[in-house]
Design a protein around this ligand. Structure first.
Ligand code: SF4
Length: 166
């Protein structure tokens, strides 16, 4: 069944991912504490239209996830432009007829120096997984991918994005 999505794994790698896999959205964890970490302790809070308080709350994300059966989880390094990769992959999946395709990336959008009232480049940006209340640690680990808390000066991070397919 998931073989028909194999080309998206190849495409994600061509766009700069280390690897990618087709997963069940049931393995994506959305938790209230993630929102708290955005609101208290992140300097990006309220700075981008793709971040809280503008992005979906964990409960909304959980409800949205329940309407999908398949997703592609994309694993990148510090050198992978997840922010650019995810909207492009989402668009390709959408144009293949998967009309529900929707992506989420990593980190705040930094395409503009400052956000406008309405997004200037809606086709080029998506909310981050964590900004939508997704526990990226638990989600990556549940799918066999590595992730750890980064300490000062440690640049070998693992970064993730996702496109919900159908
Ligand atoms: S594209 Fe520009 S306006 Fe839109 S979310 Fe990103 S920084 Fe803000």
């Amino acid at each position: 069944m998931t073989r028909k999505y194999a080309k998206y794994i190849t495409r994600a790698k061509k766009l700069g991912a280390l690897e990618a896999k087709i997963i069940s959205p049931k393995t994506i964890v959305a938790a209230e504490w993630v929102r708290m970490k955005c609101q208290f302790g992140c300097s990006g809070y309220g700075q981008s239209l793709t971040c809280p308080p503008y992005s979906p709350k964990p409960e909304e994300t959980r409800r949205m996830l329940s309407s999908y059966k398949y997703a592609i989880l994309v694993h990148g390094s510090a050198y992978t432009n997840i922010h650019a990769l995810i909207p492009e992959l989402e668009q390709e999946i959408f144009l293949d007829g998967y009309f529900k395709a929707f992506g989420m990336g990593a980190g705040p959008c930094q395409l503009c120096a400052k956000c406008a009232k309405f997004c200037r480049h809606p086709e080029k940006t998506r909310p981050s997984m964590e900004g939508c209340g997704i526990d990226v640690y638990s989600t990556a680990r549940a799918n066999g991918y590595p992730i750890k808390v980064l300490k000062d000066g440690d640049r070998k991070g693992n970064y993730y994005g996702i496109v919900l397919i159908e």
